[in-house]
Design a binder for this molecule. Structure first.
Ligand code: ATP
Length: 218
């Protein structure tokens, strides 16, 4: 059994998140993937962030009926900052032994991973699946990821084309996966709403309806 953990602020969840996760589920492949909204994201907290209950509900609406996608409230229920390492420890405890847990994240988040709480423990605990994402005008190349690993994480990672990831003699693999590049971000969606522009086709219709009903991001 291979299970993906995909955390985020999801303020709001959008088609960039969803398509990337589906691509990984199909091609990796993963048996299941947990979408995990952060209650108190250490890096992304903003005073005008939507309530966690709303962000959770939007994730539920987005995942509804999608086979293999599940929503976890583990970070919503935990007090204090939502550290990913704590979430990994939680799933290691509750999932049946022999389950392989992998952490999914976009390449923009990956490039900040060395600022995360207990990041060294995290990189030693589970393989990562880094998903491509347009950053600025360009998709980020694999060589930029290789350079980041070498300079900021640890020497010794080596790309293996068969595995589709960077292998290390002492650490779990860092997979690098090309997913459908959708230049969609929650920031852009919030801005469009504030400016009275449409967000149609950027996120699931049910999420769009929820945003209108709850008057979010105005
Ligand atoms: P914001 O614009 O508010 O910073 P965001 O769109 O980056 O938000 P988050 O909820 O912060 O969304 O992201 C959660 C995870 O999803 C991160 O690992 C991020 O890299 C990844 N992600 C977000 N958007 C995309 C996308 N369009 N393609 C691939 N990965 C994405």
């Amino acid at each position: 059994m291979q299970i993906g953990l995909f955390g985020g602020t999801f303020d709001p969840i959008h088609n960039g998140h969803l398509r990337a996760v589906l691509d990984v589920m199909e091609t990796f492949p993963l048996d299941r993937c947990m979408l995990i909204p952060a209650a108190a994201p250490p890096h992304k907290a903003r005073p005008d962030m939507a309530e966690v209950s709303d962000r959770l509900e939007m994730v539920r609406l987005a995942a509804g009926g999608v086979e293999g996608l599940e929503v976890s409230e583990v970070e919503v229920r935990r007090s204090g900052p939502s550290y990913t390492v704590d979430t990994i420890r939680h799933f290691q405890k509750v999932l049946p032994s022999g389950t392989r847990i992998l952490l999914l994240l976009g390449v923009d988040a990956f490039f900040e991973i060395d600022s995360w709480h207990a990041w060294q423990e995290l990189l030693g605990a589970v393989p990562l699946i880094v998903m491509t994402r347009p950053v600025g005008d360009e998709p980020v190349s694999r060589s930029a990821a290789a350079e980041f690993l070498r300079r900021r994480i640890r020497e010794g990672y080596c790309f293996d084309p068969e595995a589709g990831g960077f292998l290390h003699p002492d650490l779990p693999t860092v997979y690098y996966r090309k997913v459908t590049l959708l230049d969609i971000s929650s920031t852009d969606i919030r801005r469009r709403i504030q400016n009275g522009r449409s967000v149609r086709f950027l996120l699931p219709e049910a999420v769009e309806r929820y945003i209108v009903e709850r008057k979010l991001y105005r």
